[in-house]
Design a protein around this ligand. Structure first.
Ligand SMILES: CC(C)(COP(=O)(O)OP(=O)(O)OC[C@H]1O[C@@H](n2cnc3c(N)ncnc32)[C@H](O)[C@@H]1OP(=O)(O)O)[C@@H](O)C(=O)NCCC(=O)NCCS
Length: 211
């Protein structure tokens, strides 16, 4: 255990034995913070994009939140987003691309998890020009049983400390514009939505400088 989060939850390092649980948490929070199970035909793909690669490529900043029912969330960080994305391109996506078909470029023809299959074949790994002052990024998802207990705040504080100790000057969270609750949560933690006309409108980038 790394941190006692109270209410029967602890933070511990994620291991490769957690991959299935990471995929479940990702699926159950994958529709702008809500359960995406009904939308997806492949329950693992979201986790293979948004969760598992953090444990594989940046294990020192990959954690799970565990309670009496098992894994109830995860917390990930990448200290150097550019380096992390380069490793995703070189080491992570080629094997995934070999496993799933590309459904083509027309969203009107996509069904179920085709959006994720398309993303696997065409991952968005370029860093927008406004983001370099915030070289790190984080990612947190909690199942409903772990929410509203100050766990998100404590986890983000812990991640910020780890990133600052590793020399990072700032971090961002890539938030779905539909996930207004997450944006409000980050605002409570003194993150601000980055405003820049060159940023993609498909995401809200919540940013914070680190001391
Ligand atoms: C968003 C999330 C990480 C927040 O974690 P949490 O443990 O529930 O939040 P906390 O209890 O630590 O709350 C910290 C502060 O944020 C506020 N907050 C948390 N969730 C909120 C919400 N849905 N709406 C408004 N404010 C919220 C709390 O009221 C608290 O404010 P305070 O400073 O006035 O006390 C968690 O609810 C979650 O994982 N949700 C589903 C997945 C998700 O959306 N992840 C983020 C993807 S970018």
């Amino acid at each position: 255990m790394i941190l006692d989060l109270g209410h029967g939850f602890v933070l511990r390092r994620a291991t490769d034995a957690d991959h299935a649980a990471l995929c479940i948490v990702c699926l159950k929070t994958g529709a702008a913070g809500q359960d995406a199970t009904a939308r997806e035909d492949d329950p693992e793909l979201m986790g293979m994009i948004y969760a598992v690669p953090y444990q594989v490529l940046e294990p020192d900043l990959a954690f799970v939140i565990e309670g009496s029912n098992g894994v109830a969330g995860y917390l990930f960080g990448a200290r150097d987003t550019g380096a992390f994305n380069a490793r995703l391109a070189a080491e992570w996506y080629p094997a995934l691309q070999a496993r799933v078909r590309d459904p083509g470029s027309d969203p009107a023809r996509w069904k179920g998890s085709d959006w994720a299959r398309r993303m696997i074949h065409h991952p968005a790994l370029d860093i927008p020009p406004a983001l370099p002052p915030y070289p790190s990024h984080g990612h947190i998802d909690l199942l409903p049983e772990a929410r509203g207990k100050d766990i998100g705040r404590r986890c983000m504080g812990f991640l910020e400390e780890r990133l600052a100790a590793a020399g990072s000057t700032g971090l961002f969270l890539d938030v779905s514009p539909a996930n207004k609750a997450a944006a409000r949560f980050y605002e409570r933690l003194e993150y601000v939505a980055l405003a820049d006309p060159e940023l993609p409108t498909s995401s809200v980038f919540m940013v914070k400088r680190l001391a």
